[in-house]
Design a protein around this ligand. Structure first.
Ligand code: SF4
Length: 285
């Protein structure tokens, strides 16, 4: 994907797309002639730079949800906590939710500052082996609304993927915004030259207490229809929200709860998947 100019309209289809310069959003855009000429489809050098940066990251996992408020960031945080409970694993958590960055609060590092060094932005470390980067660290106030146009968000995602100095990392977990948006396309395109291990989709209808009874067959049916593994269902437990509000790991706060057992099982299955993915990649290399 080529750079999207800052003067592009908010519904810009992406300068690297087949519709560049031709979509209805392009009408009246100052870049229309350039994009319609095809010149904008040149490969963004950032894709190679991100590939080089990600060479030190063994596994990359995206966390997605079809809608907001389903516990996506909570899951991302606990996936990071769960893997990092093994001291031998170095974990990075990237909060790419530009509209509602909640990871700093959930991880108990709200108000921390990001430092820039010659080798890039330094993550904020929750533990020695667990680093975080979030737009939340860059806002002057957490009450600041982040209403940015697509190109600016895409530019920041590029910076996050290319310019954060993660060092050697076993797992990079990317907490994406809710829904399907420009940001998801950017993340996937920028990571296209790297090996992403997979994506975890969070949804609500399968809670055991049936507070949200499935109306369309639920996540299990969706997984069956799409031939993707169903990882598990985390029971509702109000103590999860309390732990998040206090910036603590529910897994260590309430280790014996049934939700913790399910979380750990899901985390284990994700790690198993990553190990299999790595073997497959090595076998085809
Ligand atoms: S002309 Fe180019 S920059 Fe403008 S909206 Fe279309 S694709 Fe985006």
């Amino acid at each position: 994907m080529a750079d999207v100019p800052s003067n592009a309209p908010s519904h810009c289809p992406g300068t690297g797309s087949d519709n560049a310069g031709k979509a209805s959003a392009c009408q009246g855009c100052p870049n229309q002639a350039f994009c319609a000429s095809g010149a904008s489809k040149a490969t963004d050098p950032a894709i190679q730079e991100i590939k080089d940066k990600m060479a030190s990251v063994k596994h990359k996992i995206l966390v997605l949800s079809g809608k907001g408020g389903v516990g996506k960031s909570t899951f991302s945080a606990h996936l990071a906590h769960g893997i990092a409970s093994d001291d031998s694993k170095q974990v990075a958590l990237l909060d790419a939710d530009m509209c509602g960055p909640s990871i700093p609060k959930i991880m108990g590092v709200e108000g921390e500052q990001v430092h820039q060094s010659g080798s890039g932005w330094s993550p904020v470390y929750v533990e020695e082996n667990l680093g975080i980067m979030s737009i939340g660290f860059l806002l002057s106030s957490l009450d600041d609304a982040v209403i940015w146009r697509g190109p600016k968000k895409n530019g920041l995602i590029k910076q996050f993927l290319r310019d954060v100095d993660w060092g050697e990392v076993d797992y990079l977990i990317v907490d994406t915004p809710p829904g399907t948006s420009d940001e998801h396309l950017s993340i996937v395109q920028y990571l296209s030259a790297t090996q992403v291990d997979g994506a975890v989709i969070i949804t609500t209808p399968q809670h055991e207490s049936q507070i949200f009874p499935p109306t369309t067959g639920g996540a299990m049916k969706m997984c069956k229809d799409l031939s993707i593994p169903f990882l598990g269902k985390v029971p509702l437990d109000p103590r999860i929200g309390k732990s998040c509000d206090e910036g603590k790991s529910f897994l260590t706060e309430i280790p014996g709860s049934s939700a913790t057992v399910v979380y750990k099982d899901i985390i284990h299955r994700i790690q198993e998947h990553c190990a299999t993915h790595q073997s497959d990649v090595e076998a085809t290399a």
